[in-house]
Write a protein that binds this ligand. Structure first.
Ligand code: ARG
Length: 588
């Protein structure tokens, strides 16, 4: 049993077909194997779809082949012998269907049990990436949109990290805008001695923001001072820098509380960080002839867009776009990442399209979207309330994230107490389980949807123990753990001495599904779609249920093998939870 990471199942099969293609059509070296899971499992597990495409490539070139079918035959014949494949057949115009060997599937699962799920990590063609996520704006509220960004971004980062990519988790906080002028001026007004300002003094930073905004809108003299304050801040005047730093610090502490509860790690490199890099970045774009003068501003015109990308405002100040151009340059050239992923609501798509297009025209990014380095915008839809409108509590207040998490947890706790867990468990166990299930439910309800669609926030639905919810999945996992516990067998020992076999059809289906884990993670990463992993996890628990209903585990002749299959399912489920940022529970 070697412990080398061999890539996903699909990648392994791809490698076999790659060899075959090289023998079959030696003059077409650029052709990559087209491997897909079989639509209909009756035909096999995977299919190689190269024959048709190859036929249209070679038919004009005096080929020996007389159509796509003979090409398919040749691809099949030239496959190197391998223990992976049990049998092959040809369907239609040259599709090669592959049935995997169940001995091999069983062996691969057993190898994973011994050497760990890390050996199943997919191989991605990059080494380093930035995931730019969460990124709230200082002093303004961190709203549900930022929660989505935090949850989705964290999952993407976790999946890339599992795939051995070095991920720079970046919190691109809005800490450098004109709003600071009024905040600072208001601070000076309230606390003439900035040094003594502490969290308690300011209290609720959001309320502070609102009050200063009101002052800004209603008093022209204040407004003027606030505008001057921006200039003083940007010129680096100490009193202003200090006030700015205080406000950021208080804000930061608020975010950190949310991140800690969500178990999310982030490194803050806010807008202010990139400020010194803006002139240089704009100079480079200017040298390329990209920047033009328009109505007193400096802009980049983008083909197909009605409005240009403003990079220097009329008053000479920089903006969101100038910062993003500088950040993009910095990430590519200083941090040397190959992939930059931005997680924001879909409303910012246009902005990122324009920034990426400018970077392509400047030659910072390749023109082709399938080449690295690459920049991708991961847009997501709105969170809706029961009424189908933007999620709010009661009247006009937007929802406070912390309140949401509190409520999810306390609802879970109530259910656990109703089930008598307060008597069976320690207070700590009760609390930890309620938290894991509650927070997990909030995250999963968000992640299971295709991120581009809006989703409706509904506690009753997400906390239900039926259907595609975290509660159902966490319980399914705990149940598997209890099967293993109750067998009284030492599972670590079984991993070493036992043999896994997939004799029953439902065992074969479950085993194959387990083995597809890596390619699912690969797909979820490549297409930046966490819901793909959620779907996989849900189907996995269904496959397990079918197996468990039809195959007796404890006390059967196949007990050892089946316990190993249970354990493998639990291991893969746990890894899914981990990638989704959900804490697994072991007892219910
Ligand atoms: N602060 C922005 C907002 O709240 C999100 C920043 C996203 N990242 C970026 N590099 N523009 O909408």
């Amino acid at each position: 049993l070697d412990q080398e990471n061999v890539g996903s199942l699909k990648q392994q099969i791809g490698k076999l077909f790659e060899e075959s293609l090289r023998l079959t059509v030696p003059d077409e070296l650029d052709v990559e194997p087209a491997i897909a899971p079989c639509q209909n499992p009756r035909f096999g597990d995977y299919q190689c779809n190269n024959a048709m495409g190859l036929w249209s490539k070679v038919k004009g070139k005096g080929t020996q082949f007389r159509g796509p079918q003979p090409i398919g035959q040749a691809i099949m014949k030239n496959l190197p012998s391998s223990e992976i494949i049990d049998s092959c057949s040809i369907a239609g115009p040259g599709f090669v269907n592959v049935v995997l060997s169940k001995q091999w599937i069983a062996k691969s699962i057993q190898r994973m049990l011994v050497h760990g799920i890390e050996t199943w990590a997919p191989k991605l063609p990059i080494e380093r990436a930035v995931v730019d996520f969460s990124s709230p704006n200082i002093a303004k509220e961190m709203h549900v949109g930022h929660l989505r960004s935090t949850i989705i971004g964290d999952t993407l980062a976790r999946m890339l990290e599992y795939s051995n990519v070095n991920v720079l988790r970046r919190n691109h906080v809005g800490d450098w805008g004109t709003q600071f002028g009024m905040l600072i001026e208001y601070l000076f007004e309230k606390f003439p001695n900035v040094e003594v300002v502490n969290d308690q003094a300011i209290g609720d930073l959001e309320a502070f923001y609102k009050a200063s905004k009101q002052r800004f809108d209603s008093d022209p003299a204040f407004k003027e001072r606030a505008q001057k304050a921006v200039v003083s801040l940007q010129a680096g005047e100490e009193r202003y820098r200090t006030a700015w730093a205080r406000i950021c610090e208080i804000s930061r502490r608020g975010y950190e509380r949310v991140y800690e509860r969500l178990g999310v790690e982030l490194e803050e490199k806010g807008e202010s960080f990139y400020n010194p890099y803006i002139p240089g970045a704009l100079e480079l774009l200017s040298q390329q002839g990209l920047i033009e003068e328009s109505e007193g501003a400096r802009v980049i015109f983008i083909e197909g867009k009605n409005i240009p990308l403003i990079v220097v405002k009329r008053d000479g100040g920089y903006n969101y776009a100038s910062t993003d151009l500088a950040a993009l340059w910095y990430r590519l050239n200083e941090e040397k990442v190959e992939w930059i992923i931005y997680v924001t609501d879909v409303g910012q798509r246009e902005h990122f399209e324009m920034v990426f297009t400018a970077a392509k025209r400047a030659g910072w990014l390749p023109a082709e979207d399938n080449k690295y380095p690459k920049a991708s915008h991961v847009g997501f839809g709105l969170v809706l309330g029961e009424d189908g409108k933007r999620f709010r509590t009661r009247s006009t207040e937007t929802v406070k994230l912390v309140d949401l998490l509190d409520e999810a947890k306390s609802r879970c706790k109530t259910v656990l107490i109703e089930r008598g867990k307060a008597e069976q468990w320690t207070a700590e166990e009760l609390d930890e389980t309620a938290e894991a299930v509650g927070y997990g439910a909030v995250k999963y309800a968000d992640l299971k949807n295709n991120r581009t669609t809006n989703y409706t926030f509904n506690f009753d639905q997400m906390l239900s123990d039926k259907g595609n919810t975290a509660v159902y999945l966490l319980y399914a996992h705990a149940r598997i753990c209890s099967i293993i516990r109750k067998s009284g067998k030492d599972i670590e020992e079984l991993k070493k001495v036992g043999t896994l076999e997939l004799a029953h059809p439902d065992e074969r289906v479950l085993g194959f599904h387990l083995l597809q884990f890596a390619e699912i993670v690969e797909e979820a990463c490549t297409n930046l779609l966490p819901n793909v992993l959620c779907e996989y996890l849900y189907n996995l628990s269904e496959d397990f249920t079918r197996f468990y209903t039809n195959c007796q585990v404890v006390g059967s002749l196949e007990e050892t093998s089946r316990l190993l299959l249970c354990e493998a399912t639990a291991v893969v489920m746990r890894k899914c939870f981990h990638l989704l940022g959900i804490t697994p529970v072991y007892k219910i």
